[in-house]
Design a protein around this ligand. Structure first.
Ligand code: IMP
Length: 195
């Protein structure tokens, strides 16, 4: 089976990626392969940040490296915001829990989009592949649910009337931005006979 190192220290992302990909690919976390890097994500786009993370890890392994840069954009907060700053925005606003509560009061019903951008490096030596997925929805008027992470307790996907955090992980993993990017990746691997 194809082996890939995932360039993230976020255990939620690894869990979700394994649930989506482990029938087809063996995914190693940075901990599994003993790589400690935490590069500064100073890119201006999801793609640039995903490349920064994958590239930093690729210096330490000959295996292909996959990274996922993701975030949420909330229409009421302005164009593409917080987007690539999603993690930092929570830190600067009292932490994720406090920010989520505030957003239910200030941005309820605002359209929102999750994006996940994958960069896969060195499937063939020197090769870079990009895959993107989205999940469309709106901000809830309340915080609800215990599953998932980040903005999941306040994001209602289109076609649903509850936050992602109330869904079972396997349900989130059939509709999420990360799943949609993973689907693109799997289809590339199939078409090119890696699976
Ligand atoms: P990254 O590690 O730089 O990609 O940061 C992504 C940030 O976006 C996370 O810390 C979360 O705040 C948010 N985020 C990304 N994906 C998700 C998701 O699936 N659910 C909820 N929040 C997410």
């Amino acid at each position: 089976m194809l082996k890939i190192v995932v360039a993230t220290n976020n255990t939620h992302k690894i869990q979700e990626l394994r649930a989506m990909l482990s029938n087809s690919v063996i995914l190693y976390s940075l901990k599994d392969v003993g790589i400690k890097v935490d590069p500064e994500e100073n890119g201006k786009t999801y793609a640039e940040n995903a490349f920064i993370k994958a590239n930093a890890v690729s210096k330490y392994t000959d295996l292909p490296v996959l990274s996922d840069d993701s975030g949420i954009e909330i229409e009421k907060l302005g164009e593409h915001f917080p987007g690539i700053y999603s993690h930092r925005y929570a830190l600067e606003n009292g932490g994720q829990e406090a920010l989520n509560l505030k957003l239910t009061q200030t941005c309820a019903n605002s359209k929102a989009i999750f994006t996940s951008h994958f960069v896969l490096l060195n499937l063939k030596p020197g090769q870079r592949l990009d895959f993107t997925g989205h999940m469309y929805g709106k901000i809830n008027n309340k915080v609800e649910g215990v599953n998932g992470f980040g903005y999941d307790p306040i994001f209602v996907p289109d076609g649903y009337d509850c936050s992602v955090s109330t869904l079972k992980p396997e349900e989130k993993n059939k509709i999420s931005h990360r799943y949609n990017a993973a689907k693109e990746l799997l289809s590339y691997l199939k078409i090119n006979n890696y699976l």
